[in-house]
Design a protein around this ligand. Structure first.
Ligand code: PGA
Length: 249
């Protein structure tokens, strides 16, 4: 049975109070399913609330939205991989398009962050995706492959084979414009074949999630597409009822 991954990226939404109400409703309506893992990436200050609500649910895994690549030091406002791990995070989003395009995160930094995550025992979820103008210029694949290689540049195959990946075309994030299931499948196949060069046949079990304007209306079609192993959802993961509908799609 293919175990699908449904990841909620709350971005800068939901403080502890909202998160507690969200989790109460979500957990009441979503019993554990053997064919699904649910990931939550809450804001750092909301992490402990989600963690304590989800205690005892091994099908629910928590991560942070970002880390610094240094393990500690004078970096006001930043969170390191060891701190995130100590707080109970198991995963971290690396290279999300908002980090890349709003905060100027470079390919090289994503590589450093993936390595820092692995060193601290966190699983990186490496996000890649092209901008609209790059797609229109026919550069979608080359951009995605460049981001992928840079993210993995400092890792051994044994680490890459435990990671998760997310294809999130920038033109589809928060815009209401979704890639078709065929667009998603096509790019996921490109990513998988590039990863095969590093990890060989273990690539078949690497989860590659799709993200970008996923909602309860399109989730089922996208997650059912070939080479799509799950979804990374922003806006539509913020309301407990809608998120429950997506996770049970
Ligand atoms: P969206 O965001 O679902 O709101 O488009 C997805 C993401 O950025 O991870």
């Amino acid at each position: 049975m293919k175990r699908l991954v449904f990841a909620a990226n709350w971005k800068m939404n939901h403080g502890p109070t909202d998160a507690e109400a969200f989790m109460r409703s979500f957990l009441a309506h979503y019993p554990r399913r053997p064919d699904r893992t649910v990931l939550f990436f809450p804001p750092a200050l909301t992490f402990a609330t989600v963690q304590s609500a989800a205690r005892g649910r091994s099908d629910i895994v928590l991560g942070v939205q970002n880390i610094h690549w240094e393990p500690k030091g004078a970096f006001t406002g930043e969170i390191s991989a060891p701190i995130a791990r100590d707080a109970g995070a198991r995963m971290v989003l690396v290279g999300h398009s908002e980090r890349r395009h709003l905060f100027g995160e470079t390919d090289e930094q994503t590589g450093a962050k993936c390595a820092a995550a692995v060193r601290a025992g966190l699983t990186p979820v490496l996000c890649v995706g092209e901008k609209l103008e790059e797609r229109e210029r026919g550069q979608a694949e080359s951009v995605v492959l460049r981001q992928l290689r840079a993210g993995l540049a400092n890792l051994e195959a044994q680490h890459v084979s435990t990671m998760l990946f997310a294809y999130e075309p920038v033109w589809a994030i928060g815009t209401g414009r979704t890639a078709t299931p065929e667009d998603a499948s096509a790019m996921h196949a490109v990513i998988r074949s590039a990863l095969r060069e590093t990890v060989g046949e273990r690539v078949t079990s690497l989860p590659i999630l799709y993200g970008g304007s996923v909602n309860r209306g399109n989730a089922q079609a996208i997650v059912g597409a070939r080479d799509v192993d799950g979804l990374l959802v922003g806006g539509a993961s913020l309301d407990a009822e809608g998120w429950t509908a997506i996770v049970t799609a």
